[in-house]
Design a protein around this ligand. Structure first.
Ligand code: 5IU
Length: 453
């Protein structure tokens, strides 16, 4: 491996080039993104870079040196220290007070200045900078650049009579990365297409459909909810945060045709009575083919959770198809949830929640490894092995003034690849509950279809 190649690999490790889909300042979508600013944070690399850049020219041809702000400023400074060419600094904007100078430092008219740039793309920014330097009576004949993105900039400047010395161009960078298995053939094709002006085929992220998830899962509760989703063309879970049995049953009757599950907080029902509340609710769930999801958010040791799950007045284990549980009690605390699908709380939608990325990562490990868990509640993407349930969904509001933070169905399907949306007030506070549930059902289903294209 030659030195320049190993130097590039060292630079690459600092994350200066990324592959994917990036929108450039111009609005154009590029298959790669370059940012050389991290190079200045590694003094050894900056020193080497400076040597390489100085090798491209003969320092005796120049009187002064100048970096194009900001990325090239440390590079020009390092080159000045090494070559002893005096440095001048070009401001981005003239000072609005005092001298109103654009160029700082000591220079005199007639001096020849070596210009340093990090990346050359179209060359337009250099063509704007050069006259500003020349206006001070300084001449510019040569430019050194670290990377030529090969998008016409070098040619444009050379047409105007400037000599452009580049250390790397993007083709060379790709070649070196390919030789070291750091870039895929598809990425190289995309970059070549981009550079030659052909249409770039960006990879479209494909997600598993409900049918594919159904095929993959062995859990009977995951199967049930997926089958209902497919049959009813719905991914909507209505959250019945109402306070009486009558309201609960009325609500279930109205939303029943449009939902895959009804989410309850059974402990907020003031007149709860197992026979009066649960039996008719269970009947409705059968008639309209939806599951009952008790949002109990268990959060205790296994033994207590076991008692809470089956006993008390609510006897959740007798009627719930799905229950939510925290995983704070550790993996074994979930063993007690037999004959029910567990949805693990991985992250919350409320402002200031303690479910930071560390917590979510550890919670996810538990959820993925426990056979009782079919999915998780989260505001972030999770692996496709689990079903993702996302509350905090509303078509009209962005919050409730009590810390709730809302997203639209479109957003959660597109950005989180959610499987099921949970909607409370968007439906139960609506004037026409049937219509609102239908609107959310349609919005959710269309967002799912678009997100899976
Ligand atoms: N819920 C959330 N966010 C969460 C979790 C649960 O909103 O992170 I975990 C519950 C609370 C409520 C329902 O029962 O989902 C959302 O109701 P609204 O759509 O009315 O905000």
């Amino acid at each position: 491996m030659d030195n320049k190649e190993s130097f590039l690999l060292e630079c690459y490790k600092l994350g200066i080039i990324k592959f994917g889909k990036f929108t450039l300042k111009s609005g154009i979508e590029s298959p790669f993104y370059v940012d050389l600013r991290p190079l200045a944070s590694d003094p050894k690399i900056l020193k080497k870079l400076s040597s390489y850049l100085l090798e491209l020219i003969s320092t005796t041809d120049f009187d002064i040196i100048c970096g194009v702000p900001y990325a090239a400023l440390p590079m020009a400074t390092a080159m000045s220290l090494q070559s002893e060419l005096p440095l001048i600094i070009k401001r981005k904007e003239a000072k609005t007070y005092g001298t109103k100078k654009l160029i700082e430092g000591i220079f005199s008219t007639g001096q020849n200045c070596l210009l340093v740039e990090d990346v050359i793309t179209s060359g337009k920014s250099l063509l704007e900078t050069i006259p500003e330097i020349e206006n001070e009576g300084i001449s510019v004949s040569d430019i050194v650049v670290v990377l030529d993105r090969q998008q016409g900039g070098k040619e444009l400047l050379e047409e105007k009579g400037f000599k452009v010395h580049s250390l790397f161009n993007i083709t060379e960078v790709c070649e070196i990365l390919r030789n070291n298995n750091l870039i895929s053939e598809e990425e190289i094709t995309r970059i070549n297409d981009f550079l030659t002006g052909n249409e770039v085929n960006f990879e479209v992220e494909k997600h598993l459909t409900y049918e594919q998830k159904l095929e993959k899962t062995n859990n009977s509760f995951a199967k049930k909810i997926l089958e209902i989703a497919i049959e009813k063309k719905s991914n909507l879970i209505a959250s019945a945060d109402v306070l009486t049995t009558k309201e609960l049953l009325d609500f279930a009757e109205k939303v029943g045709p449009n939902i895959v599950a009804l989410k309850t907080h059974i402990d907020i029902i003031t007149d709860f009575d197992f026979d009066e509340t649960i039996l008719p609710l269970k009947e409705l769930s059968k008639n309209y083919n939806f599951l009952l999801m008790e949002d109990r958010k268990f959060a205790d040791i296994g033994n207590t959770q076991e008692l809470q799950f089956a006993n008390g007045i609510y006897k959740i284990s007798f009627w719930a198809d799905l229950v939510t549980s925290q995983v704070i009690g550790g993996e074994t605390s979930l063993d007690c949830f037999l004959n029910v699908g567990v949805i693990a709380i991985l992250g919350m939608s409320s402002k200031g929640t303690l479910t930071n990325s560390d917590y979510r990562e550890n919670a996810l490990k538990i959820a993925l490894s426990h056979p009782n868990v079919i999915g998780g509640v989260s505001q972030n993407k999770i692996p496709e092995d689990l079903l993702l349930f996302t509350p905090g969904v509303n078509l009209e509001n962005s919050g409730d003034g009590k810390g709730q933070q809302y997203n639209t169905p479109e957003y959660v399907f597109k950005n989180l690849q959610t499987d099921f949306i949970i909607v409370g007030r968007g439906i139960y506070k609506a004037e026409n509950i049937e219509k609102a549930s239908l609107d959310y059902k349609i919005a959710g289903w269309n967002s799912y279809l678009t997100g899976n294209k």
